[in-house]
Design a protein around this ligand. Structure first.
Ligand code: FMN
Length: 210
């Protein structure tokens, strides 16, 4: 039985969102084929992700100098503890599905905040004399990114959404990565329905081997 972490980052209801609709299509088919798998849902707008702030940096600084957790101030303990919880939940998953809209050539800031919360030294990556290594390597973990944009950007040098997520997953050692993009839905509105249908077809197929 695999644990799937299904991460969304969208203020719209599913029926008004292209990416969430395609994501739902994927999940329905995935669960039809893997009924015993466990899915954990994270809605990054609702679930109040702990951002890296002065207390988190202060707490990490003390820990790095050899201080123990009890020596941290109350707010530092609470916030560092929350960051570790995000990271532990992330580590515990076998499969990751990120569903995002494009905002200004990237994805919404909430997802970057979440990435900052799960990239934790000693948990998801480590520094070595030869550089950083991903600690989630060789564990069979895999990631799917479902992403929608109004225009066409996938594969272009200015696209900072899918390529960035792929890089940061690789940084933590999650090297199996697939992306399904629903592009051009605002640029060519009369073809939006067919772009969405094509993406839904892709994710239904993908659900069989993810
Ligand atoms: C704040 C904001 C910024 C956006 N920035 C871009 C952009 O840089 N490029 C683009 O092609 N579309 C952009 N869009 C359009 C959305 O990416 C597009 O409508 C997408 O289909 C939204 O996904 P959703 O339907 O799943 O919410 C933007 C939309 C919003 C609300």
């Amino acid at each position: 039985m695999a644990k799937v972490l299904y991460v969304t980052c969208n203020l719209k209801p599913v029926e008004l969102s292209r990416s969430l609709s395609v994501g739902k299509e994927f999940l329905d088919e995935y669960l039809r084929q893997n009924p015993d798998d466990e899915v954990h849902f994270l809605d990054l707008y609702r679930d109040n992700i702990q951002r890296i702030d002065a207390d988190v940096l202060g707490g990490w600084g003390k820990l790095m100098k050899g201080g123990d957790f009890a020596s941290l101030a109350t707010d530092e303990q609470r916030k560092v503890g929350r960051i570790w919880k995000h990271a532990d939940q992330f580590i515990d998953a076998d499969k990751y599905v990120f569903v995002t809209p494009m905002f200004n050539l990237g994805f919404p800031a909430e997802l970057k905040m979440y990435i900052d919360a799960v990239c934790v030294v000693g948990k998801t990556f480590a520094y070595t004399p030869t550089g950083a290594v991903g600690l989630l390597k060789n564990q069979g973990k895999k990631c799917l990114h479902i992403h929608s944009s109004g225009g066409f950007h996938y594969g272009k040098e200015w696209d900072h959404s899918v390529p960035y997520l792929k890089s940061i997953m690789g940084f933590m050692g999650i090297e199996e990565f697939e992306a399904v993009v629903v592009e051009g839905v605002d640029a060519v509105p009369d073809q939006a329905a067919s772009f969405i249908a094509a993406a839904e077809e892709k994710v239904r197929t993908l659900a069989g081997h993810f």
